[in-house]
Design a protein around this ligand. Structure first.
Ligand code: M6R
Length: 368
């Protein structure tokens, strides 16, 4: 059942190239994006003036990646709300709001209640979901399924990649419908997206290095994660994985926040993962993160750096470098999170923990 892997989580991590390919399957027809399930009228989608993502946990981290991409392509403001926070305040939502409910299970009670609340205010809801026929996609106005197959491990991995991929499809579709991008621009972006499964496989093929690092660090008591831009939600997701299955205190920060407080935590030997953006992307972004690596290293941190192939600038400041293939900045989260997933999974396994069933957690949180 586990296909020769020691845990479902390990198996699901290693299924991720197929998972992304399956989320894309049938949705790109001759270079054009086709979302047959998008049952919300195009005329309605053209009136949308705000997008609100509601989700919890890993799905909310996927929503935070989605925000960067959807805002960039559509110029529609995107807010990402933890579903339980959204529903207990008085959120500004109306007929021009498109709510995106992200949920692997489709049964998370807080996400469901947030979505119902938004519908009552007249918003349209699109669900990004993995479980066919679950309550959230059934009650939504449209449902985009992830098609990544059943996810058994409590810690979400392949569904996270599916959620991010589906949110890219949604963003590009909106940009296509609303005329923000020309057809050839969408086709060029989609062509790069279709390369991602092969890149995911490349990262997975390099897992031995990360597994060794994890085993060596199995007695760590605190690990920090830093990222900027789309690297920030990746840092949050890396920290969540480590807390959840390895019971290690872990925190993700926006690297720009360092000097506003978190850098005080850094002392000799503190492990700090840093997600480095592409040097080919926005120049300032890369150099800012390189400066952040230098700052924490100068205070004794052990820097565990995730960087693009060929990025030599980071080398002098990295104690360990994990490489990912080059891709568009917005697509990097599909690659940079993988070393973090492998790290947590292997570390928890080395500690002898039940990786698939961490203490105190359920796969699907159907209570408030
Ligand atoms: O089924 P959902 O995507 O709605 O679940 C949301 C969270 O409960 C879930 O992502 C949780 O954070 C995972 N255990 C994280 O690995």
């Amino acid at each position: 059942q586990k296909g020769g892997y020691p845990s479902f989580m390990a198996k699901e991590i290693h299924e991720q190239a197929t998972a992304v390919a399956d989320t894309l399957l049938g949705r790109i027809v001759e270079g054009r994006l086709q979302l047959d399930e998008m049952s919300i009228d195009e005329a309605v989608l053209r009136t949308v003036d705000k997008i609100v993502v509601v989700a919890c946990g890993t799905a909310a981290n996927a929503g935070n990646v989605a925000k960067y991409a959807i805002e960039h392509w559509t110029r529609i403001p995107v807010e990402v709300e933890l579903a339980h926070e959204f529903r207990y305040r008085d959120p500004v939502v109306n007929e021009k709001t498109l709510v995106v409910a992200i949920s692997q299970s489709g049964e998370t009670m807080d996400t469901l209640m947030a979505m119902r609340h938004a519908k009552e205010q007249g918003a349209k809801v699109v669900a990004l979901c993995n479980t066919r026929g679950a309550t959230i996609p059934r009650e939504a106005d449209a449902a985009l399924y992830l098609h990544v197959g059943p996810e058994i491990a409590v810690a979400s991995t392949k569904a996270y990649l599916g959620q991010i991929t589906a949110s890219y499809l949604l963003g590009l579709y909106l940009a296509q419908v609303r005329g923000n991008l020309f057809a050839d621009e969408v086709a060029a972006i989609m062509a790069d997206l279709e390369q991602i499964p092969a890149h995911v496989q490349t990262v997975l093929d390099g897992s031995a290095q990360i597994e060794e690092l994890a085993r060596e660090m199995k007695d760590a008591t605190s690990v920090l994660f830093l990222g900027r831009h789309v690297g920030y939600p990746t840092a949050l997701e890396g920290a969540l994985k480590l807390k959840e299955i390895a019971y290690i205190h872990a925190e993700g920060f926006a690297a720009g926040e360092l000097k506003h407080g978190p850098i005080a935590l850094v002392e000799e030997g503190q492990p700090v993962f840093v997600i480095v953006p592409s040097p080919g992307g926005r120049d300032s972004l890369h150099s800012k993160v390189v400066s952040n690596i230098q700052e924490v290293r100068a205070r004794g941190a052990r820097t565990l750096v995730i960087a693009e192939e060929g990025d030599t600038v980071v080398e002098p400041y990295a104690d360990v470098i994990m490489r990912v293939p080059a891709t568009r900045t917005l697509f990097a989260p599909l690659l940079t999170v993988i070393p973090l997933q492998i790290f947590s999974c292997e570390l928890a396994t080395a500690k002898g923990l039940d990786v698939d069933q961490p203490r105190n957690l359920a796969k699907s949180v159907t209570v408030e």
